[in-house]
Every structure is written in structure tokens, then in C-alpha cells.
Design a protein around this ligand. Sequence first.
Ligand SMILES: NC(=O)c1ccc[n+]([C@@H]2O[C@H](COP(=O)([O-])OP(=O)(O)OC[C@H]3O[C@@H](n4cnc5c(N)ncnc54)[C@H](OP(=O)(O)O)[C@@H]3O)[C@@H](O)[C@H]2O)c1
Length: 257
Amino acid sequence: MDGSLLVIGNSDGIGLAFSRLALARGLRVVGLSRSPAPLAHENLVQIRTDVTASDYRDLLTRVQAEQGPFRAAIYCAGIGNEDDLTWWRGEGRVIELNFLGAVRSLEVLLPIWLEQGAGHFVALSSLADALTVRDAPSYCSSKAGLSRFLEAAGLRLAKSGVAVSNVRFGFVDTKMARAPVRPFMIDTDEAARVLWRVLETRPLRLSHPKRALAMVTIIRWLTAPVVWFRRDRSRARRNAEKPPEGQDGSPRDETEG
Ligand SMILES: NC(=O)c1ccc[n+]([C@@H]2O[C@H](COP(=O)([O-])OP(=O)(O)OC[C@H]3O[C@@H](n4cnc5c(N)ncnc54)[C@H](OP(=O)(O)O)[C@@H]3O)[C@@H](O)[C@H]2O)c1
């Protein structure tokens, strides 16, 4: 394999491990992230940017013109939301980065790839795309949206020479994997090797590891009825719907008023 790779979100975690692997295997890497990557290599160009910034598209257009053409782009940028009492305040930002950031990146990269009849867009979704996770509304919905977008775009681009790959990991050992129990967790080096295989084989969807996929499938079916049959039976709702005293046939206090 040769050429330049664009790795979006490569200062930490999976993107960092993948950048290391690609550089070690002789590729040139252009990395984008807000903080500097703890990496130094003659074949690495590191650019600091926030994918959610209003000038991101302009910056990516410039990066592609000055540093491209890219053989492939790997979208590794992502966040979860803080699990605190005001969790809803950060929900839009999660969707903005995890979902819209990937969509906007492809929007910018695609025209040149279509002209060349070659290119590959890889993005890291998650096995969580199949789950309705009570503690992570924005995370699981951003990944559900991302997975559907990537796979539909991949089908639409079939025969264009441009491939799209939706990579769905289970737990990977990074700062993002914060759950108290993390079954079948893999390390970032394994995740990087999986991404390398994705570049070689260009699958539309890859889920890894398979044991985690099986577990998520079972959890999905076991928890589905919670959503299907859920009704709001909370005391708060019953109180809100209770008619004011005297309007429901209950005896009025004649001494009132
Ligand atoms: N770890 C897991 O268990 C797991 C499982 C399944 C899927 N995934 C997915 O894999 C992807 C990578 O996750 P990770 O575990 O490697 O996370 P990570 O260690 O937290 O790394 C996230 C990367 O995204 C970058 N990033 C965050 N916000 C950004 C922004 N606004 N603009 C530009 N770059 C930004 C970070 O760099 P800066 O902070 O320097 O900007 C960092 O390089 C995510 O999409 C995640 O959802 C992770």
C-alpha cells in the first residue's frame, strides 16, 4: 500500500494508534485534531483544528488541495457526553462531532475522489449504533445516524471507484471506554490493525470483535420490549393530569370562596 492518508482525530486513542501503524508501514499521514499528536515522524503532517468549527470545511478544502490527494480518509474523531446532572447540554455537540463532522468531511473530500475515480472514506461508528442506551442518548443516536449514512452512501457510490467503510468496534481501551464493565475489550493496536485490514479489503461494514457483536445482538433483542411497551406511568404525569378539585365530580368544599 502507498500514498497519503488523512486521519481525522489522531491525537489520542484509536486514531493515534492507527497513525503510528501507518507511519511504521511507510505511508504518509496528515493528521487533524485539536491538540497536538504525541508523535514525531518525517512523514507526518499534523494540523490543529476543531471539526465542529464553522471554518472546518474551508480548512479541509485547503488541506486536501495542499496535502492531497489522499488515498483514504479515516474519521476517528468522536466524543461521548458527560454523565452529570446537566447531561442534555452537551448532546448537540456529540451529534455535531460524531455524525455531522463525518458527513461534512465526506462532502468536502468526495468531489476530487469522484473526479479521480478512486478514494476511500472510513469512519468509526460503534456497535452501540444498534442499542437504545439510556445513559448515552446522543452517543448511540449519533452512531446510529452515522452507520446508516455511511452504508447508504457506500451503496450509492458503488461503481464510482470510491468506497465507504463503516467500522463498528465494541470496547477499545482508550479514555472513551469508561463503562464499569467492558466485556471483550481490545487494545488500540488491535483496533489499528483492523483499520489497516479495512483499507486493504474496503468492506462496507466491519464489526469487531465478533464476540462483542453477538453480545450486542442478544442485548438488543432482550431490551427491545422496554422501548416497545414503555408508557409514562410516573407520579409526576399523574399529578399533572389530575383535574383541579371540583371539576371531576368530586365533592366541592361549599365553604370555599
Ligand atoms: N474507545 C471505544 O471503546 C470505542 C468503541 C467503539 C467506537 N469508538 C469510536 O472510535 C472513535 C475514536 O474513539 P477513541 O476511543 O479513540 O477516543 P479518544 O481516545 O477520546 O480520541 C478521540 C480523538 O478525537 C479527537 N477529537 C475530539 N474532538 C474533536 C474535535 N472537536 N475536533 C477534532 N478532533 C477531535 C481527539 O483529539 P483532540 O481532543 O486533540 O481534538 C482524539 O484524537 C470515536 O468515534 C468513538 O466513538 C470508540
